[in-house]
Design a protein around this ligand. Structure first.
Ligand code: FEO
Length: 180
């Protein structure tokens, strides 16, 4: 059983994580269109990671004996002025998500829901990583500026990203039990 306030807030976060996945998938398509395949790969992996975040909340709600209420997902932006503008948008989005997670922690504490607070600890650490990795790309893009060669080097580097489900998460059923 979950208190209604917690259940509703967690349901909203499922939607927010799915929106994040949508946003990065949209950016993936944008980068494919401008022939930056490495950037596109990075975004595809990011979109998959966001799915695992959504499923982590989805599975938690189910484990607590509640039904997940899926709601309409807003359509994300479809174009950005430059790769830098896109990654600045990634960073800004992750800062926003961090705010959502912090707000969820406040709600969990207010309702003395320690299990939910415990789940959220994982996301707090994850958000630090998400903000750091997005900002690292922003800084590199600022460094190379309009240098096409530098951009292609970053494209190569980002293209090496491989999807590895974060520990304790899964896209396929279950609750990721037994995973590290
Ligand atoms: Fe699910 Fe990028 O935070």
């Amino acid at each position: 059983m979950l208190k209604d306030a917690i259940k509703n807030a967690l349901n909203e976060q499922v939607n927010a994580e799915l929106y994040s996945s949508y946003l990065y998938l949209s950016m993936c398509s944008y980068f494919k269109k401008i022939n930056l395949e490495g950037f596109a790969t990075w975004m595809e992996v990011q979109a998959l990671e966001e799915m695992t975040h959504a499923m982590k909340f989805f599975n938690f709600i189910s484990e607590r004996g509640e039904q997940v209420k899926l709601t309409k997902i807003d359509g994300p932006e479809t174009s950005w002025a430059s790769p830098l503008a896109a990654f600045e948008a990634v960073y800004a989005h992750e800062v926003k998500v961090t705010g959502l997670i912090n707000n969820l922690v406040d709600i969990a504490i207010e309702h003395k829901d320690h299990a939910t607070a415990n789940l959220l600890q994982w996301f707090i650490a994850e958000q630090v990583e998400e903000e750091t990795s997005a900002d690292a790309v922003v800084q590199k893009l600022k460094l190379v500026g309009n240098d096409g060669g530098g951009l292609l080097l970053i494209d190569q580097e980002l293209g090496r990203r491989v999807f590895v489900p974060p520990p304790g998460t899964t896209i396929m059923g279950g609750a990721g039990k037994g995973q590290a």
